[in-house]
Structure formats: C-alpha cells, structure tokens
Design a protein around this ligand. Structure first.
Ligand code: PRP
Length: 248
C-alpha cells in the first residue's frame, strides 16, 4: 500500500490530483465517490497497487541531461531550491506584519521571483507581485553601464509601498544602485534587494543586497533565468558555458 504522494519526484512534490488519499487497493478507490472522467485519468496509479513503481519512474521530469553547451553545473537545482527556501524564510520573518510589494526584474529574475514568493513565510500582511524590465547588457558579455528601464511600468505604483526588488545577479552594481534610487525617488516607503547571485569580484559601483543567495565565482554563468545572448534561461540549474560557445 502506498499513497500517490510517493509518486512525486525527489523533491517529494505530489503529481496527482488525489494527494493524501491512500489508494492501496482497487476496492478502496471504488469506495470513493466516482470522479469525472478527466480526474479519473489523472488519479490512475502508474503501477498496480501490489507493485511499487520502479525507482526510474520516480524521477522528476526535470531531471534532464546537462545541456551540451554547458561546461559545469555550479549550482544544481536542489541546491538552488534549498537556498531560495532559506531566503524566503528570512524575508518572511522580516516582513511578516507588512504589506509587501515584490518586484521581479526581467528578464533574468523571472524564475527566481516565482520560486522565491512561494517560499516567503511567515506570510506578510499582504504580498503583491509585479515585474518590470530593466536591462544593462546587450547581447554581449559585459555591462553597457547604461540601465534601461521599462517605460510601460507605472512607477507611481510603488509610492508608499514596502518594495522588495528581486534580481538574478548583481555584477557591476550599476543596475541595482540605479533601481534602488529610482524606487526611492518614486516614493517607496522602503526598498530592499534580494539577489540570488552576487559576483562581488566584478563590482564597479558599491552595492550590497539585503538578501543574497550565493556569492558566485567570476565565471560567465547561465541558467535559472540568466542568459547569454538570450539563450539558456530555461535551464533549471546554473552552470558555466563551454568556452567554444562564447563569442569574445
Ligand atoms: C543582468 C541582471 C541584472 C544586471 C546586473 O541583466 O539581470 O539586471 O544584469 O548587472 P550589473 O550589476 O552589472 O548592473 P541584463 O541586463 O543581462 O538583462 P536580463 O535580465 O534581461 O538578462
């Protein structure tokens, strides 16, 4: 007998619509109210109740081969998930009686922001999420030094709010020193920054994030939202690109 919870991946995430129900025998399933046809197909176990699933079947679908253009994985999916969860708890403790506005900076922070907000606990009094685009790199490997802000973003929406800017990486510090100043000028009550990665060795403008995931090596890294010429954002881990795929 096992429950459908065991059909989840290594992270223990449930994969079916009948989580929490023991489905040890067909008789037991039959005793429950009959689900609609769609739910029935979702809740069907992948093996007979007498035969536990082969360990291979338990693999989470995200356990994919490493991308062929990646040299090495620097932060694995599991390591990132654990650290993001820790950051969420720290942020939750600091904002638990506060109305919080989380602003993810696109594009690089799209993945980090969506994971981070799921881990912010204790829950703030309220939590709003928004995104805006800021860009300091073209398609090359070095910062242009000019930060372009998304003109479609309504800056007045931050007035009086407790703002948490979420960023994938701080490198030269240009983007964030500029963004924090812009938010303050727009009347934000407080402004803090959560950055998953901090490349301190590359700093040109003094800047410290309030919450940092990892202080990372000065390598050209990609994945988990971070791109090189718009590639690799989809990778669930952070890795370095093989030298032959970098244009110098
Ligand atoms: C990256 C990153 C930060 C910025 C950090 O954005 O997401 O916003 O660079 O660099 P800095 O500390 O030197 O300013 P990028 O301009 O590559 O845009 P993207 O997020 O759309 O990839």
């Amino acid at each position: 007998m096992w429950s459908t919870r065991s059909l989840g991946g290594p992270c223990g995430r449930p994969t079916s619509a009948v989580v929490g129900h023991t489905i040890g025998s067909a008789k037991l399933i039959g005793a429950r109210p009959r689900p609609c046809a769609q739910l029935r197909s979702l809740s069907r176990p992948t093996a007979t109740p007498e035969t536990p699933p082969h360990p291979q079947q338990r693999l989470h679908p995200r356990c994919l081969p490493i991308h062929p253009e990646i040299n090495a994985v620097i932060y694995s999916e599991d390591v990132i998930e654990a650290r993001v969860a820790e950051m969420g708890r720290l942020i939750g403790q600091d904002y638990q009686h506060t109305e919080l506005l989380v602003l993810g900076v696109l594009k690089g922070a799209f993945m980090f922001t969506t994971d981070l907000v799921r881990h912010i606990y204790p829950y703030p009094a309220s939590l709003e999420v928004d995104f805006f685009k800021a860009s300091s790199y073209g398609s090359g490997t070095t910062s242009s030094g000019v930060v372009q802000l998304d003109s479609a973003f309504k800056l007045e929406s931050v007035a009086g709010k407790h703002v948490l800017l979420v960023e994938d990486i701080i490198d030269s510090g240009n983007t964030f020193s500029r963004l924090v100043a812009v938010m303050r000028e727009a009347g934000a009550a407080t402004v803090r920054v959560a950055a998953l990665l901090d490349k301190k060795a590359r700093r040109r403008v003094p800047f410290e994030a309030d919450y940092t995931g990892f202080e990372c090596p000065d390598e050209f890294i990609v994945g988990y939202g971070i791109d090189y010429a718009e590639k690799y954002r989809n990778l669930p881990y952070i890795g370095s690109v093989r030298e032959e795929f970098i244009r110098h």
